[in-house]
Design a protein around this ligand. Structure first.
Ligand SMILES: Cc1cc2nc3c(=O)[nH]c(=O)nc-3n(C[C@H](O)[C@H](O)[C@H](O)COP(=O)(O)OP(=O)(O)OC[C@H]3O[C@@H](n4cnc5c(N)ncnc54)[C@H](O)[C@@H]3O)c2cc1C
Length: 569
């Protein structure tokens, strides 16, 4: 029986149970309450294996073939509950229990012939959430049973925060999309052109919808990130952010069921403390967001520069120097983009085509001198640009990938000769020492007119010009020893970046899973107030996640699948 107080907007939870294992009858009752949409889960590739979770299993060749085909496709992954974009978060890394295919060749039978399939980090049960009632029922159940739960939208998380637990709330099918030219936040008196996006909608659908409505939505550089999921709760950079701000700058309202069991409309007029917290405090912390409403821009044409050449030991430094020397000017001109030692895809909505060509001429010349290619063109809309350039250039999925990153302050790294040289040296050292390329994102809100104190992301976003990230890929069958060695490389590079810019911070969504001093790195001075709000809206600590606000620390039993890697470096 549930002991619940009834609040005006929803179910007000009271702490009921210490952790117990729910009975079959309790699960059955939950299933009934959520309309039969409580499911048990198996790993994505389970149909390929003849031993699953320790028991004999009959492989299903048809299903296995489908999984092989979709293995590295974001659309396939995002529509399957058990799949995560970075498959290590489907696995138990510490025990090396997993159920993966070879991402370099998903049809390689060695993957399932030589291995058993294990559940790993995938929550054993999930609810296919379709409404706030499902969320309220789930929270009531969690409160009653004390079980650990998680929230998953697309599974893009780089740190496993949408994995684990006995129950997961899968929001992928909260798929509503609405545009209003006169959106009025509840309690407000001013209207805005805005789009309201259900918690599961991938950016590719948002962009197609925006195109139909002649508007531009400022969003991420990947098809399947959930626009109203982790992206808009922890920062949300776009290559249009230099002019139009981060996702958290543009959000006007959230609808959320907070972890005390209350459905709330959150904006600057009501629940304003929570509005601030959600604008940077990150996902899986304060509740289950049902939708967010974001400001939109009119449809805009874009000047696009797309440059690439074959990288060699001799030509990377020269290109990186050009990037560092030009980026401040490009920032002032409104460029944003993704760059590396031998490539660049940048966009600009402010310059004319002639101005854009002149602006990037030095790197065009450089690329052509390396027998590379360079295009500077005018495209009609964000959607046109996205389809032409991003879908083929976005970060790979289906591959075990560890990430690290740091926000790089404008001053001194783009304003001072010594600063510039130190930055180039760091990037060249990454390449020379570990053959790891810097992944440069000019996606900080460089020209955006920020109102101080309105968001809770690290203030480092506001005085940085770049985020430098990097990827380290692990083979599907990496041994424990190899995994530790690869995390060590990531930690080494992270420490170089921290030494270079010790007072800066990192983007919570795209940081090293073993980032030192995470409270300061991800939130700076905002952390104490965020912690207070975590305690207010999650009084019974129903939700905890790795390095999130209020994190209970790595020793908690739910983190037993993470590797035992020190963050003291
Ligand atoms: C290939 C790739 C490309 C990326 N590109 C960009 C980019 O261009 N710009 C950028 O800013 N970031 C980018 N990211 C990072 C991305 O924004 C984050 O991983 C983000 O958290 C993904 O959110 P999600 O909800 O889609 O993913 P999920 O893994 O489903 O969720 C991420 C986190 O948010 C929580 N969460 C999800 N939905 C909800 C909800 N409804 N309520 C409460 N909590 C929720 C989850 O529990 C988890 O903690 C990229 C990541 C990948 C893997």
């Amino acid at each position: 029986m549930f002991f619940l107080g009834i609040a005006i907007q929803g179910l007000l939870l009271r702490r009921v149970a210490a952790s117990v294992i729910p009975s079959d009858a309790q699960w059955a009752e939950l299933n009934q309450t959520v309309g039969g949409r409580l499911y048990t889960s198996l790993p994505l590739a389970a149909s390929c294996f003849s031993t699953v979770n320790g028991s004999p299993s009959t492989p299903n060749a048809t299903e296995c073939a489908m999984v092989q085909q979709g293995y590295t496709q974001p659309d396939f992954r995002s529509t399957h509950y058990s799949a995560h974009m970075l498959p290590q978060w489907e696995t138990c890394q510490s025990t090396v229990q997993r159920c993966l295919l070879n991402s370099n060749d998903p049809s390689d039978p060695t993957a399932w012939e030589d291995n058993e399939c294990w559940q790993g980090a995938i929550a054993s049960r999930y609810i296919d959430v379709r409404s706030e009632d499902d969320v309220l029922a789930a929270l009531s159940f969690v409160n009653e049973t004390g079980i650990q739960f998680s929230i998953k939208a697309s599974g893009h998380d780089y740190k496993g925060r949408s994995s684990f637990g006995s129950l997961s709330l899968w929001t992928r099918n909260l798929d509503s999309l609405n545009y209003s030219a006169v959106f009025l936040p509840e309690g407000g008196n001013e209207t805005y052109p805005a789009i309201t996006i259900g918690a599961g909608v991938p950016f590719e659908d948002v962009y197609a919808f925006a195109e139909e409505n002649n508007i531009t939505v400022v969003g991420g550089y990947h098809q399947t990130i959930a626009a109203s999921g982790g992206w808009v709760q922890a920062g949300g950079h776009s290559i249009l952010s230099p002019i139009y701000g981060l996702g958290v700058d543009r959000v006007l309202q959230y609808k959320i069921v907070t972890l005390d069991g209350v459905l709330r409309t959150v904006n600057k007029f009501q629940n304003s403390d929570l509005f601030w917290a959600l604008r940077g405090g990150a996902g899986s912390t304060f509740g289950v967001v049902l939708e967010s409403t974001m400001l939109v821009e009119p449809q805009m044409s874009l000047r696009v520069a797309a440059i690439s050449f074959n990288q060699t030991a001799d030509n990377a430094r020269g290109f990186l120097e050009l990037l560092v020397n030009n980026s401040y000017k490009w920032g002032q001109e409104g460029w944003g983009g993704h760059m590396g030692p031998a490539s660049l895809i940048n966009v600009n909505p402010l310059l004319t085509l002639e101005e854009a060509q002149a602006s990037v001429q030095p790197i065009v010349d450089y690329a052509l001198a390396q027998n590379g290619t360079a295009v500077v063109e005018d495209l009609a809309s964000w959607q046109t640009f996205f389809a032409k350039y991003v879908e083929s250039a976005e970060a790979s999925v289906g591959v075990q990938t560890i990430l690290g990153s740091r926000l790089i302050p404008t001053d001194p790294f783009f304003t001072d000769d010594d600063g510039k040289e130190a930055l180039v040296d760091l990037m060249v050292k990454m390449v020379d020492t570990y053959a790891v390329n810097p992944y440069i994102i000019q996606g900080t809100p460089f020209l955006y007119n920020y109102t101080e104190g309105t968001t809770s992301v690290t203030p480092a976003w506001r005085n940085s010009l770049w985020q430098i990230g990097f990827h380290e890929n692990m083979l599907y069958n990496a041994t424990l020893e190899t995994m530790y060695a690869q995390y060590e490389i990531v930690n080494n590079i992270t420490s170089w970046m921290r030494e270079l810019a010790p007072d800066s911070g990192a983007y919570f969504n795209e940081a090293n899973p073993y980032e030192p001093d995470h409270e300061v790195t991800f939130w700076g001075d905002n952390y104490p107030a965020l912690l207070e709000l975590k305690n207010k809206y999650d009084p019974f600590k129903l939700l905890d996640c790795w390095m999130c606000v209020g994190w209970q620390g790595p020793a908690d039993e739910r983190y037993s699948c993470y590797l035992n890697i020190s963050t003291d470096y």
